[in-house]
Design a binder for this molecule. Structure first.
Ligand SMILES: [Zn+2]
Length: 374
């Protein structure tokens, strides 16, 4: 059935698509590759209430359901255990293997995405930044998004951005994205000062309850693990590792491993690098991942990953970023390898998330400058 499928229809309230000759497109998915998808959040994009930094939503529940149904029809969803068995024992992976992953540890991964996957019997892995689990601490991007939404100022001198107009919702969203992107390029140790300076300039002090339930807590995670969802490390405080001294980066990686193992009560095998581009981690960090006790590490360099590459370098497995604009057709084109081929050359395929107008005054010539990967 799978190999003979040439047409599939996906319909729901917000998306209705019909594709012909998908089999021809998916013939480009080679037998010797693994497709790993990277999601962040799954939720209602049109909800007017504050719910964090909006570009961090990968899909609405309807989009996500459609995507999972297509994966189930056209690919072979595998678990992290299946991948480890292949790596450790050579047990073959099925044709068109796909692994679904999530970064950061948002509550909607468990409340919204996992029930959809569980019903379709699709395994998954959530990579946790352990310092945010059960603590109510906001990620810097969610803190910034709240401050830009809540400020009463319509024009203000914003740290990292300079004089910025905030009179419309669109301007506030663009300013938040630009500020978050600029903040990523600074040393990780400056994040607290940056957050304090932003809150002071915008005259916003978010009440703690705003962020209290954005992320999973440890009791959620133990329950979800019993139901079959896998968990991996994503550092402790989510720094970009190359923005830290090596010893601190090693500590971040080891802390996430040890905390996860202690809370779950079993060994933890997989790690994903924050931000994940080749500039965001090094061979030293890959060694630290293995030294901490992880077997496999995931980047956000575009996939799919070739199995021989994974065999040679299991600590830098490519993944395909999934963003809000990835309707089914584009997602399949990315799965067929277009994102890997077009990387850095063709934004039409949206190999990375939609860019924002560059409001920052410093050098933005780096093509990664508007990359919103978290
Ligand atoms: Zn992340």
């Amino acid at each position: 059935m799978r190999s003979g499928l040439s047409t599939i229809s996906v319909s729901h309230s917000s998306e209705s698509v019909r594709f012909s000759n998908l089999k021809n497109l998916l013939d480009f998915v080679r037998n010797d590759t693994l497709t790993v998808l990277c999601y962040h959040r799954v939720g209602d994009l049109n909800d007017d209430r504050f719910n964090g930094f909006r570009p961090n939503f990968s899909a609405s529940p309807e989009q996500f359901t459609s995507q999972m149904k297509v994966l189930k029809s056209l690919f072979s969803p595998i678990s992290l255990r299946d991948l480890l068995d292949w790596y450790e024992t050579g047990h073959p992976l099925p044709r068109r293997s796909v692994l679904v992953t999530f970064d950061d540890g948002y509550r909607d991964n468990g409340d919204v995405a996992w029930p959809i996957m569980r019903d379709l019997k699709i395994p998954g892995v959530v990579f946790l930044a352990t310092d945010y689990i059960g603590t109510g601490k906001p990620f810097l991007w969610d803190f910034a998004a709240y401050c830009f939404e809540a400020t009463k100022h319509e024009r203000v001198d914003v740290p990292l951005l300079g004089e910025t107009s905030l009179s419309t919702r669109s301007e506030r969203h663009k300013a938040a994205s630009a500020w978050i992107e600029a903040s990523k390029r600074l040393p990780a140790g400056t994040r607290k000062k940056l957050a304090d300076a932003l809150g002071a300039s915008l005259e916003v002090s978010p009440p703690p309850e705003v962020f209290a339930r954005l992320c999973l807590d440890w009791s959620d995670i133990r329950r979800l693990a019993k139901e079959g969802l896998d968990f991996g490390g994503h550092t402790h405080t989510h720094p970009i590792l190359t923005k830290l001294p090596l010893s601190e980066a090693q500590e971040e990686i080891a802390t996430s491993h040890n905390r996860l193992a202690a809370e779950l009560g079993h060994s933890v095998h997989a790690f994903a690098y924050p931000n994940g581009s080749s500039q965001d981690f090094s061979r030293e960090h890959e060694a630290a991942v293995q030294n901490a006790g992880f077997s496999i590490g995931f980047s956000l360099e575009p996939g799919p990953a070739r199995l021989d590459e994974i065999r040679l370098r299991p600590t830098a497995v490519r993944r395909i970023y999934v963003g809000q604009q990835d309707r089914i057709a584009r997602l399949l084109v990315k799965c067929a390898g277009a994102a890997r081929i077009a990387y850095g050359h063709d934004r039409l395929l949206e190999v990375r998330p939609p860019s924002v107008e560059p409001l920052v005054t410093q050098d933005c010539s780096d093509p990664r400058a508007t990359d919103e990967r978290l």
